[in-house]
Design a binder for this molecule. Structure first.
Ligand SMILES: [Zn+2]
Length: 199
């Protein structure tokens, strides 16, 4: 790092913080950006700024959005009697890609993790229960990750969704334990949605 110009080092350091980007990739990307036309580099920088300035959370499902309610919540073609509960906004992308699910979502923004001191009160659980109060939702699909925290979160939600009129289901096994939804392949995820079971 000693011989690189400060702006180069600065971008390398910033890129290194991204998931899956090691120092080598960060270097490669930095020099790629440096070689690219000014307007491309500027467009990238502006896209990052706009992302943080324009994106907020949907007040209904807590997905990231630039309009409220988000495009999913305001889509009247979707089945509003089903709500699929996910840990992170990024989990919605692979589920949508399967094309097998036409209901709504609810993003918890995390999972219960006693080890990290994260309890249900830090997640959007209260908001979910409030959302279920009017009786319009008939099925809650628990699509938390198939790992320890995801399972603990699903069990907790199973306990607190007490209405007898709401079916609670969990994505089918087939997703390997310890996996994350975001990285599941389309086929496995499609089967997991279609084969969801009473939970
Ligand atoms: Zn929404």
């Amino acid at each position: 790092m000693v011989f690189v110009a400060e702006p180069v080092a600065r971008l390398v350091e910033a890129l290194s913080k991204l998931p899956g980007i090691g120092p080598k990739s960060a270097h490669r990307l930095t020099y790629h950006i440096l070689d690219s036309p000014d307007e491309e580099a500027r467009a990238l920088a502006e896209a990052i700024v706009a992302l943080k300035e324009k994106i907020r959370l949907c007040s209904t499902c807590f997905n990231v959005t630039d309009c409220d309610p988000c495009v999913i919540c305001r889509d009247s073609e979707r089945d509003s009697s089903r709500v699929c509960v996910v840990e992170r906004p990024s989990d919605i992308v692979p589920l949508e890609r399967t094309g097998k699910y036409k209901g709504l979502y609810h993003v918890l923004h995390g999972s219960i993790s006693p080890a990290q001191g994260i309890g249900s009160e830090q997640l959007k659980v209260r908001e979910l229960l409030t959302r279920l109060e009017n009786g319009a939702v008939k099925e809650v699909i628990l699509a938390t990750n198939p790992n320890l925290e995801g399972e603990a979160t699903a069990m907790y939600l199973r306990r607190v969704v007490t209405s007898p009129d709401i079916r609670v289901s969990r994505l089918a096994r087939g997703l390997p334990f310890g996996a994350e939804l975001e990285y599941a392949d389309d086929m496995t995820l499609s089967q997991a949605i279609e084969g969801r079971q009473e939970f």
